[in-house]
Design a protein around this ligand. Structure first.
Ligand code: TK8
Length: 364
């Protein structure tokens, strides 16, 4: 899949118009191969393996809605999921893929699953902590030092138990995928230490630990749905936000955010969810197929997100974003300032769970 990245032209009258202008210019000038407009090459889909799965003779159609755009690793993963499911059900399950919150943002999609009006979605775990408090562990700053440790936790006993525990309230949780390590962007100034954050209006996910993190660092955080974020940044309702590099680029936040800091402060998983109403209509063989496809989607999506991470950071720089890479000492300042967040949340989340995750990090 290819994307056309935009020219660093300013100011931008409106998002829709600037996209159109970019497209027209790129087409007219034939510039899609120049580095400033480099196409992001996605790693190829792995071959679909496994036999065709026998169902019950019925045909099924499932709508799968995600929050990120068509040029995200998340959508690329969803396309792979569709390929696996359609191929291995011999066309008896049709997957309709929706991106950019077309059928609702993370929380709206989860409600739609519960109501039975949407079949699948894959939100960040963070806005779901009001339903599943144990997910708050993923919001603790600097908990996962490497992506491999996140994999070990999510694919191991802890993550598998969490999927079981989240299979309630009208939902069936069938897999993990990756949103990734979050980076801070803003429109005001380069940020190298917490003191640069004084009063900065930062959008956070709808999650109390994230609010606490940015408040503790001295910023002025506002929780908001991801679907409203571009406009809020564009209109200056907020000055900054934080998301992985690939999300920053695929959502074109760099068009309205001049500065970024590589903070890697939180690793966010995506959780793959199915509507229980839909799930209960499926024969067991198809339920198993969805589980296998969700696992393969998650593995592939992690590969896409990790392969592209550094490349996309470079593309953002090439497009004029000023990116600050922190020294270990500068990172330590953020970590020290955030120690109280750990202390405040430890008991609420469960100290045992935190200790078990930390122990996984040590055995790596
Ligand atoms: C997309 C969201 C997004 C998340 C956020 O639906 O809200 O900032 O990082 O990726 O899940």
């Amino acid at each position: 899949m290819t994307t056309i990245t935009s020219f660093p032209t300013t100011p931008r009258p409106s998002r829709a118009r600037s996209r159109l202008t970019t497209l027209v210019m790129a087409t007219v000038l034939g510039l899609t191969s120049l580095s400033a407009t480099a196409a992001t090459e996605m790693p190829p889909f792995p071959e679909v393996t496994g036999d065709v799965v026998e169902g019950d003779g019925n045909d099924y159609s499932l709508k799968f809605n995600i929050g990120l755009t068509q040029s995200s690793a998340q959508y690329r993963g969803l396309e792979y999921f569709k390929k696996i499911v359609e191929q291995r059900s011999d066309g008896h399950i049709q997957v309709q893929a929706f991106h950019s919150a077309q059928l609702g943002d993370d929380l709206q999609s989860v409600s739609a699953l519960q109501a039975g009006t949407l079949e699948m979605t894959a939100p960040s775990t963070s806005p779901m902590v009001s339903m599943f408090p144990q997910f708050a562990v993923f919001d603790l700053p600097f908990l996962f030092p490497t992506p491999e440790i996140a994999d070990k936790v999510l694919d191991g006993d802890i993550g598998q138990q969490m999927l079981k525990d989240a299979s309630t309230k009208g939902l069936v949780a069938i897999g993990w995928a990756e949103n990734g390590y979050r980076q801070l962007t803003n429109s005001k100034q380069a940020v190298t230490s917490p003191s640069d954050l004084d009063g900065l209006k930062v959008r956070t996910m709808q999650n109390p630990i994230h609010l606490d993190i940015w408040r503790t660092l001295g910023a002025n955080p506002t929780p908001m749905s991801f679907a409203e974020l571009f406009t809020a940044l564009e209109q200056g309702v907020v000055d900054g936000q934080e998301n992985p590099w690939i999300t920053i680029e695929s959502s074109k936040f760099n068009e309205v955010q001049q500065y970024a800091t590589e903070t890697n402060h939180v690793y966010t998983p995506f959780i793959t969810l199915v509507s229980e109403r839909f799930w209960n209509r499926l024969p067991e063989s198809y339920q198993q197929l969805l589980r296998e496809a969700a696992k393969q989607m998650g593995d592939y999506e992690r590969q896409v997100s990790r392969t592209l991470n550094d490349q996309i950071k470079q593309e953002l720089k090439d497009q004029g974003m000023q990116i600050t890479e922190l020294t270990p000492e500068q990172i330590a300042t953020f970590q020290e300032d955030l120690a109280p967040v750990y202390d405040d949340w430890r008991d609420k989340i469960g100290g045992d769970l935190i200790d078990r995750i930390r122990a996984e990090s040590k055995t790596q």
